[in-house]
Design a protein around this ligand. Structure first.
Ligand code: GDP
Ligand code: MG
Length: 177
């Protein structure tokens, strides 16, 4: 994952948003370090992680920002969104409320972020199928109506995490080229 001496062609900032405990920090840990923890602590202070990958023979540094526990207070500031080219809007498939809050997050995103930002809706914790509270069809329909990409992921099982990031980064890349 990445090399200090590598030439970087692009840096793409992507922000993670969604309710607390949906798995944002673990999605990021899985993507950036291929790690997962079942007892992850709420993050303190704004932070991001990076991973450099190759898209169509160019090296792209993905700089992924994590909300750092501010989501409970709806205190995500405009600085967080500044310069973001992509956003991952995450809910937990076992927590209906986290899906019901998605329109609020979308509104927040649309008022703070660039209007051309690429957005993917993520239904995380797909490994907990027996506790599912949001159907795939409902989420897919919402995503289509709002013009968002959509995938269900499991940070725990590492399902679709790579695809979710590749979807958003490739779309940003294509818009720029
Ligand atoms: P955040 O508040 O959105 O950053 O959520 P965290 O990443 O801290 O995750 C909240 C809790 O959900 C932690 O206990 C994680 O281990 C757990 N978690 C995160 N992703 C998954 C997943 O894909 N499957 C399962 N079963 N648990 C997950
Ligand atoms: Mg977190």
């Amino acid at each position: 994952y990445g090399d200090a001496n590598q030439k970087i062609d692009y840096v793409f900032k992507v922000v993670l948003i969604g309710d607390s405990a949906v798995g944002k920090s673990q999605i990021l840990a899985r993507f950036a370090r291929n790690e997962f923890s079942l007892d992850s602590k709420a993050t303190i202070g704004v932070e991001f992680q990076t991973r450099t990958l190759v898209i169509q023979h160019k090296s792209v540094k993905a700089q992924i920002w994590d909300t750092a526990g501010q989501e409970r207070y709806r205190a995500v500031t405009s600085a967080y969104y500044r310069g973001a080219l992509g956003a991952m809007l995450a809910y937990d498939i076992t927590k209906r409320q986290s899906f019901d809050h998605i329109p609020r997050w979308l509104e927040e995103l649309r008022s703070h972020a660039d209007k051309n930002i690429v957005i993917i809706l993520i239904g995380n914790k797909s490994d907990l199928e027996d506790q599912r509270a949001v159907s795939t069809d409902d989420a897919k329909e919402f995503a289509e109506k709002e013009g968002l990409f959509f995938l269900e992921t499991s940070a725990l099982e590492s399902t679709n995490v790579e695809s979710a990031f590749m979807t958003i980064l490739t779309e940003i890349f294509n818009i720029m080229n």
